[in-house]
Design a protein around this ligand. Sequence first.
Ligand code: GDP
Ligand code: IMO
Ligand code: MG
Length: 422
Amino acid sequence: MAKGKVDALLGIVFGDEGKGKVVDYFTPRYDVVARFAGGPNAGHTIIFDGKKFVLRSIPSGIFDEKIINIIGNGCVIAPDLFMAEAHELEAAGYELTERLHISKRAHLILPTHRVLDRAYEAAKGKNKVGTTGKGIGPTYSDKAARVGLRVGDILNDFDTKYQALKARHEQILRDLHYTDYDITEEEKVWLEGVDYMRKFHLTDTEVELNQALLEGKNVLAEGAQGSLLDIDHGTYPYVSSSNTTSGGVCTGLGVAPNKIDRIFGIFKAYSTRVGGGPFPVELFDSVGDTIRHIGNEYGAVTGRNRRCGWLDLVALKYAIMINGVTDLVMMKGDVLDDFNTIKVCTAYTKDGETRTSMPYDTEGWQPVYEELPGWKTPLTALRSEADFPEAFKQYIAYIEQATGTPISIVSVGPDRDATIIR
Ligand code: GDP
Ligand code: IMO
Ligand code: MG
């Protein structure tokens, strides 16, 4: 970590890699932690001292009282959900209003954005994306269409702007014949949330961040979702609606590319995906069920089953390239403790063609696997690399060799303590 620089921690697969845990673990080394993309579609789990929190919009640096946390301009924020999340932290004894700053340029998710999310999904039928239903796509669409409502609007003639955008949404819903909804209660809480947000520093966070960098402070950018859910580089159209990759750090925070130092790419020792879309390594057998069960692979936001499979090196190498990953962070090796052998996908094959690079369309490709020996040893209590079983060391070395990227951090359990720096 260099002074006056931004490091980023990015999920490099389909999300839920363990970003919350590692950001929380890294936080004491930084002065500022900032979210640059996404919104309450994220669910970042942090476990320490027997307590568990799942954060959605609030950065995972919030548990360290010395740190400033920023919700950047690239994010979208739902005032009602934000208020509920903040209340939970306040009830646990954390003061937020001084330490959590929100970009005036971040866009607001309206109750009608959530209705639109449901309406668009319903219209897609079996091709639905399987969104989190949080209104993410419609909110970013309005941003791109230049009609969105921003956090800064809370401070100036808010009601008029809100009513105008809501009316626009209601018209679209009528056009779609999607009229069986009632947001009365939801809207009440949402408007309370808007009022609640006024207590916070609603600021030009890009200026604040650049000032902090000039003063030699260090910033950690916390990714949301994963690289394969990126609107440009993911498995489109089965993606989220923001740039989750490293370019999004610059646009989503207002920091220049030459301010970025290290890029930590976080992945699990196996693969998961929640929602629709192609997933070549998906296991439909008892192995997939075992990984889901032991890995507790159920959505932190929606409770949905996460689809499970072996590690996909084709996807991993693509994400490392797109993001410029300098360091890998491997999570949840402990979930594979009991397997005799462990498979790794090294290529995809379809209609007699085999390839090791990411195809334009990942639909219909079958995985080609290599098998490695399992370690058959519980990893979770281990705190030093020297104690790792030989086969686990081999697994790490294999991935490093295949990707040409060092695995600098290994996590062997959900707790903050179960983290090993190599
Ligand atoms: P995020 O969205 O990337 O922050 O990840 P999630 O919080 O959605 O999902 C990661 C899940 O794995 C959470 O339930 C974590 O508590 C858990 N977890 C994180 N690291 C480890 C690990 O090394 N081993 C195990 N067994 N669980 C982990
Ligand atoms: P974190 O930050 C896993 C998935 C949804 C769906 C697609 C689009 O916790 O890793 P959206 O609601 O964004 O329009 O849904 O993206 N998705 C995630 N999957 N982890 C996430 O966040 C996700 N955020 C969105 O399941 O397939
Ligand atoms: Mg998550």
